[in-house]
Design a binder for this molecule. Structure first.
Ligand code: AN0
Ligand code: CP
Length: 317
């Protein structure tokens, strides 16, 4: 595997899940693989889980790790070619990328959608430039349109907790005060569509996702109806995708908050969220604290998804 930005890059999911299970059984079985190899993690945006779990995963493989927060200490980077650089940006990505590539063997990149220019976001201009110009295997730590390490961890978690072959998984939009990217829901949909689970998406009118990600999922606008009989409830906020509202918050209606009354409609479902989560906006205190909430094991599986991916990238060097 030379890059990891989407579900297709990982190949057959049964094999990926088997690899993940092997790592989970003994995460120190491959400490020689990463010896004298360096991972560079580049963050254009904040992170708690991705930062820690990915670094831990690389250390489990015996790697050295460097972390750069582009907005804290590095030169401000211009990302567009052709710009007259007379503003506040001192360096261009086209020099910065090959320079960073020269100091490491593998690169992880976090670069969220700007939510201003849909075309720029959906062309994945930042991570695609890293793939093109770094000369190194690159993996996404959440790019503009996808968060595949999260979705892989979500899949591992569902496989661990499911009690039937084909669980019903419901992804529900939930309110949030600020505009968030569509990367997490896009990516979760892409991975769920690669399984044979029953997959339903529910959101208010106006929050339709890119049809390329919705795929064969059933879209149900009545949240309560969607939740009936669910085995897993995956809550997430996202901003509007469709024009002319791209990147906008259209609703903060707390009638969409996941609470105990909504969970009572399900088949005693597990509650999932990628975190960070805003309590009593996305989900009530009692639901996230309940014994059906699996947000912590879900986050813990980020170490496993990252290690599975980095191991494959190391094997390609
Ligand atoms: C980000 C998002 O929604 O994409 C990261 C989630 C993993 N969330 C926030 O910015 C709150
Ligand atoms: N779920 C996730 O990616 O969390 P961070 O933004 O804290 O890395």
């Amino acid at each position: 595997m030379k890059k990891f930005t989407c579900v297709a890059d990982i190949g057959p999911l049964d094999k990926a899940l088997a690899d993940a299970a092997e790592i989970k059984r003994d995460r120190f079985a491959f400490t020689e693989l990463g010896k004298n190899k360096t991972l560079l993690m580049i963050f254009f945006n904040s992170s708690l889980r991705t930062r820690l779990s990915t670094q831990k995963a690389a250390m489990n493989l015996g790697m050295n790790v460097m972390v750069l927060d582009v907005n804290q200490g590095a030169w401000k980077l211009e990302t567009e070619r052709g710009v007259i650089m007379d503003g506040d940006k001192a360096e261009h990505l086209l020099e910065a990328i090959p320079v960073m590539g020269s100091y490491c063997d593998i690169i992880g990149v976090r670069s969220f959608a700007g939510l201003k220019d849909k075309q720029e976001d959906y062309e994945e201009r930042v991570i695609e430039q890293f793939i093109k110009y770094s000369g190194r295997p690159v993996f996404s730590m959440e790019a503009a349109t996808r968060h595949p390490l999260q979705s892989f961890a979500d899949l591992i978690t569902i496989e661990e907790y499911k009690t039937k072959e084909r669980p019903k998984v419901v992804m529900t939009w939930a309110p949030h005060p600020r505009a968030l990217p569509q990367a997490v829901p896009n990516s979760f949909a892409e991975w769920m569509n690669a399984t044979d689970y029953e997959f339903v998406i529910t959101h208010p009118h106006g929050y339709e996702l890119d049809p390329a990600f919705v795929g064969k999922a059933r879209v149900e606008y009545d949240q309560r109806k969607a939740l009936e009989g669910a085995d897993f409830v995956y809550a997430k906020n996202w901003s509007a995708y469709t024009d002319p509202n791209y990147g906008k918050v259209l609703s903060t209606d707390r009638d969409w908050t996941v609470d105990a009354e909504k969970m009572a409609l399900t088949n005693n479902a597990y509650f999932m969220h990628c975190l960070p989560v805003r309590r009593n906006m996305i989900v009530t205190d009692d639901v996230i604290e309940s014994d059906r909430s699996i947000v912590i094991p879900e986050a813990a599986n980020r170490e496993i998804s990252a290690q599975t991916v980095i191991k494959r990238l190391l094997e390609s060097l």
